[in-house]
Design a protein around this ligand. Structure first.
Ligand SMILES: [Zn+2]
Length: 66
C-alpha cells in the first residue's frame, strides 16, 4: 500500500482583471497594499481603523484594471 498524496500545485495565474489587496498591520496601523502598487499609504495622515481599511481594500479589489 503506497499512498501517494499528489497535490497538484496549480500555478497561480496573475489575475490582471482583479486586484488582490492584502490587509496588514504596520506599526500599529492597519493598511492594505496591492500587487499593482496601490496601497493605503496615501491616506497615511488619516488613521483608518480596521473596518475602514477592509472597506477600502474591498473597493480596490472590485476595481477592474483599466
Ligand atoms: Zn491593485
Amino acid at each position: 500500500m503506497n499512498t501517494t498524496v499528489t497535490s497538484r500545485n496549480r500555478r497561480h495565474h496573475p489575475d490582471l482583471a482583479h486586484h488582490h489587496p492584502v490587509i496588514q498591520k504596520v506599526r500599529g496601523r492597519w493598511m492594505w497594499s496591492c500587487d499593482c502598487g496601490s496601497s493605503s499609504c496615501r491616506t497615511d495622515l488619516t488613521q483608518l481603523n480596521w473596518h475602514q481599511v477592509v472597506v477600502e481594500a474591498l473597493r480596490h479589489a472590485t476595481t477592474i484594471a483599466a
